[in-house]
Ligand binder design. Structure first.
Ligand code: ADP
Ligand code: ZN
Length: 728
């Protein structure tokens, strides 16, 4: 028999190479895109076959045999593999780790795609004497007791609890006490039963027509003010795509925050869309992935990693709330799901729709230069008026725990009129600072360059950067003076409102208050149903919610963002204000938005009030062009951290030498990160900037293998971030 060819395999390890193995002898050749189990060092790893070839660079005796094929057919088609390869190249991240990020955990661990649908069930009415059995065969008794207690169990689950369980199960089966069952794993395809929605207004209809006309690829920016009916546009496009028998991929920032979206899809389309997000159990995740992969799921709604899910009949991609930062992964494989959605749509020649009331400057620039098509929805749908915005000068009014007199008056008025109010403060906890009233001591984190936040309800100080906790000191550790919480967080605000409005229902929504399973859904339900009178919360409350009774929005401390050091500060602040303001007055009654600031004269406010988000964005774009920041330049950030400052800096100094002198590339640093110490590690960064994407990528492409091989980099943790959204 002739020599089996070689397999180039991507294995999930942090090295930018693929690994060669021999194909399994005397077995069908594992197809490209299928998984194989391969020996790696002393372990066995799951890998994906990228290529077959007749020869390998390695001497044949060094090639270990590929042990087992895990799939009969390709798991990933050519287009899927292409996307992963693109991601690996563009983000300069090892292909094996990209593959791992793209696959559900169970597939990564080598579980079969089809799922073991086998179950083991107890046979009723046998009158087993467990104690007697336990004396003779304790493991059999243990297994039987488990089945008696829980009923039929998937073999997967049994395997996790009881090693070698099959032996005991067979013995029990021989005694007629249990039997194997298979659950019918028929996976029916979604069948839409569309119920009509509202008649689209002219702007919505024009947007739908523009996308439908495109036929193939096109990037469409649905630039619609809050409440303008973007979701209705999505639904129309989804309907027509489904009618053509094609699948739709919908990317959303966080499903937990927008339960209304999925329910709205379900109500209209007559089936529940497959969903992929972080709170799914592994089995559920695999099921949703499998349905999309098999073409059974007509719609897949998912958070960022869903962008990699194979969908054989993909016909449309939607990215809702395109501006949301959660689309960019901030660790490991630092990819932008929004950008990859566009890349994927282009490759598949299908349209992609990016929706937002506050499009990012990257997207707006592409609209200006004509590479994306802007579809405007300038008015609220269904006749609701835009909310009225007003600044409150905090220098002029006294305030109580951060809430000014005029805002309290507005609360009285709106609540009295039967409205609901939302107070937005992007700071959780009770107070951001604990200070000594006599000596000025401030409680700081021992492991970060940061203050501890007071969490009064738990009697704790917490670091929001590394998670450190300690009890609140009873007196100043330096001078034994009195300690006082300074400033306010959502917890303090909630306390104030509870005492000011004892008869009102107040619901706080931030990551502390919604930790319990289901707590977020319950809180959002109270908000949406109108049972809650006052909502207090962070960014979580500003996402695409539609709270019908909500008429007043108060922004407690807008100044946090006015003096940010990041070049994106203005853009971000405008996005968060406009988004949270957009929750107000979405139905009959007009919304009012009060923004508290100590800097009412700041040009940012003038611009926002005169010209809205579009005005702020246009200014910011002009400034970025003048100063050469994205989207008018391309940047990459190399970060390093180590216990010793020297090690982090040395790693980056090495990197600097490597990229220095490349034409068209500017290199800044290495410098300490804005928060230099975090979780006990010293952090530093090196910024690469170029007007020419190829220059940047050429540099990063060489840098990665150099860092992998260098000695200095072993004393630091380092990473490469292409198109970083956060410069610290
Ligand atoms: P967005 O997604 O832009 O925030 P939605 O799609 O949630 O906006 O629409 C806001 C509200 O307007 C919803 O209650 C929706 O049902 C309603 N709506 C949207 N389009 C229309 C329309 N053409 N006619 C009447 N009501 C509409
Ligand atoms: Zn800390």
């Amino acid at each position: 028999m002739s020599q089996p060819p070689f397999l180039h395999v991507a294995v999930a390890v942090p090295l930018s190479t693929t690994f060669d193995y021999r194909a399994p002898p005397d077995a069908p050749l594992p197809p490209v895109g299928s998984r194989v189990r391969v020996p790696f060092g002393r372990r066995q790893e799951t890998g994906i076959v990228l290529r077959h070839s007749a020869n390998s660079d390695l001497a044949p005796e060094r090639l270990k045999a590929s042990s087992t094929a895990l799939d009969g057919a390709a798991l990933l088609e050519a287009d899927d593999l292409w996307l992963l390869r693109f991601t690996s190249d563009y983000y300069h991240h090892p292909i094996g780790e990209v593959m791992a990020a793209a696959l559900p955990a169970m597939l990564r661990r080598g579980k079969p795609l089809r799922g073991d649908s086998e179950r083991l069930a107890p046979i009723a009415g046998k009158g087993v004497d467990i104690d007697a059995l336990a004396r003779r065969a304790p493991k059999q008794a243990e297994l039987y007791a488990l089945l008696e207690e829980r009923g039929a169990l998937a073999v997967d689950e049994i395997a996790q609890r009881l090693p070698h369980w099959r032996r005991y199960a067979s013995a029990l089966a021989d005694k007629g006490l249990v039997r194997f069952e298979t659950t019918a794993a028929v996976d029916a395809a979604d069948t839409p039963a569309v119920r009509p929605g509202p008649v689209l207004n002219a702007d919505q209809a024009a947007a739908v027509a523009a996308v439908e006309k495109s036929g193939g690829f096109g990037t469409f920016v649905l630039d619609g003010v809050t409440g303008s009916g973007k979701t209705e546009v999505y639904l129309k496009l989804i309907e027509s795509t489904l009618a053509r028998g094609r699948q739709v991929l919908v990317l959303v920032p966080e499903i937990g925050l927008t339960p209304q979206l999925v329910s709205r899809f379900e109500a209209r389309l007559g089936f529940r869309p497959a969903a992929l997000h972080s709170s799914l159990a592994d089995g559920e995740r695999l099921r949703a992935w499998r349905r999309a992969h098999g073409g059974k799921a007509a719609i897949l709604v998912g958070t960022r990693s869903a962008v990699f899910t194979p969908m054989p009949n993909l016909g449309l991609v939607i990215v809702d709330e395109e501006h949301d930062h959660s689309f960019k992964q901030q660790e490991g494989l630092r990819y932008s799901a929004r950008d990859l959605a566009i890349v994927r749509a282009k490759r598949r020649d299908v349209p992609v729709v990016l929706g937002s009331a506050t499009p990012t400057l990257e997207v707006l620039k592409h609209c200006d230069d004509g590479s994306y098509e802007r579809l405007a929805l300038p008015k609220r749908a269904g006749g609701a008026e835009p909310p009225v915005l007003r600044l409150i000068d905090q220098n002029r009014y006294a305030s109580r725990d951060g809430v000014s007199g005029p805002l309290l008056d507005a609360l009285d008025k709106h609540l009295g009129d039967g409205g609901q109010a939302l107070l937005f403060l992007n700071r959780r906890g009770f107070a951001p600072t604990l200070i000594c009233t006599s000596c000025g001591y401030v409680a700081e984190c021992h492991r970060c360059d940061a203050r501890m936040t007071v969490h009064a309800a738990n009697g704790e100080l917490r670091c929001h950067h590394c998670g450190a906790r300690r009890p609140i000191e009873s007196e100043c550790p330096r001078c034994t003076g009195n300690l006082k919480p300074l400033g306010e967080g959502t917890e303090r605000l909630e306390q104030l409102l509870t005492s000011a409005y004892p008869e009102r229902r107040i619901v706080r929504i931030d990551s502390d208050s919604v930790q319990a399973k289901g707590a977020l859904a319950d809180a959002l339900e109270l908000a949406a149903s109108g049972e809650a009178d006052i909502l207090v919360g962070t960014q979580m409350l500003s996402k695409g919610h539609h709270f019908r009774r909500l008429t007043l929005v108060g922004v407690i401390n807008a100044d946090q963002g006015l003096f940010g050091s990041d070049f994106r500060s203005d853009e971000r602040l405008a996005q968060s204000i406009v988004q949270v303001a957009g929750r107000a007055g979405r139905e009959e009654r007009r919304g009012e938005v009060l923004i508290q600031t100590s800097y009412p004269e700041h040009p940012f406010w003038q611009r926002l009030f005169d010209a809205g988000y579009a005005g702020v964005a246009a200014d910011a774009l002009a400034e970025r062009r003048a100063t050469g920041w994205p989207p008018y330049a391309h940047i990459g950030l190399v970060r390093a951290s180590a216990h010793r400052r020297h090690d982090a800096l040395a790693c980056l100094a090495f990197a600097r030498r490597y990229v220095e002198g490349i034409g068209g590339l500017e290199v800044f640093g290495p410098i300490d990160a804005p928060m230099a110490r975090r979780a006990g590690r010293h952090r530093a960064q090196l910024l690469l900037r170029s007007g020419d994407r190829r220059a940047l990528h050429g540099a990063l492409g060489n840098l990665r293998p150099a860092l992998e091989g260098a000695k200095v980099s072993r004393r630091a943790r380092w990473s490469i971030d292409v198109d970083p959204v956060q410069l610290f």
